[in-house]
Design a protein around this ligand. Structure first.
Ligand code: URA
Length: 205
């Protein structure tokens, strides 16, 4: 496997830090044989950021750049995510970011239900280790974990408390790159995050 770290731009290198609670987990993910995506990936993309951490983002799955570098959200969607984070005074290095599936679906196709199921215990363990106050889901695949059958156009930006965790569903940054009108919508949804972080647990409906 090519060494992703060596070819990564220096600015991204801090994102390779493995938080202590995830040493074993990231090793397990690196060798994961659980689904077909293992056959076509270049690198696994476990996640980036500290654990524990108050704020966690969950996207869909790695794209081409993420597969090359082994880091989540480092392509065009990631640039927009970084802008959104800056708008609430946060940096990539102080939030935890991961995806529903840890390997790139070929050609950026949607992750399939069996692939999401194969990866779901990794995500459970990440949530348990990160212990976030707020989880922002990015796009419909991570949203479906907590809000199955609901429509993102109707529930984005409306935080709910589920099993003691505050979850705010958001559009995927790639949707805002395709449809520029969603950029402002995403900015507004992000603007709620600081208040959610400051609210007492369970303060949402
Ligand atoms: N899109 C995602 O959902 N995740 C990434 O890591 C990159 C793009």
């Amino acid at each position: 496997m090519p060494d992703a770290r060596a070819s990564a731009p220096p600015a991204l290198r801090p994102l390779y830090a493995v938080p202590a609670p995830f040493t074993t987990l990231y090793e397990e993910i690196a060798d994961c044989p659980r689904c077909e995506l293992a056959r076509t990936r270049t690198h696994t993309v476990p996640g980036s950021g500290p654990a524990p951490c108050d704020l966690m983002f969950i996207g869909e799955g790695p794209g081409q750049r993420e597969d090359e570098l082994g880091l989540p959200f480092v392509g065009r969607s990631g640039q927009f995510l970084d802008e959104l984070l800056a708008s609430i005074g946060r940096a990539r290095t102080d939030v935890y970011v991961t995806n529903v599936v840890k390997c790139r679906p070929p050609g950026n196709r949607d992750p399939q239900p069996d692939e999401i199921a194969a990866c779901s215990d990794y995500l459970d363990r990440q949530i348990a280790g990160v212990q976030p106050r707020v989880v922002a889901t990015l796009g419909r695949f991570s949203m479906a974990r907590w809000f199955p059958g609901e429509r993102i156009s109707q529930i984005h930006g409306r935080a709910r408390t589920i099993d003691g965790l505050t979850i705010i569903p958001m559009y995927h940054p790639a949707a805002a790159l395709r449809d520029g009108s969603l950029r402002a919508v995403m900015r507004q949804d992000f603007a709620q995050i600081p208040d959610l972080l400051n609210a007492s647990p369970g303060a949402t409906s």
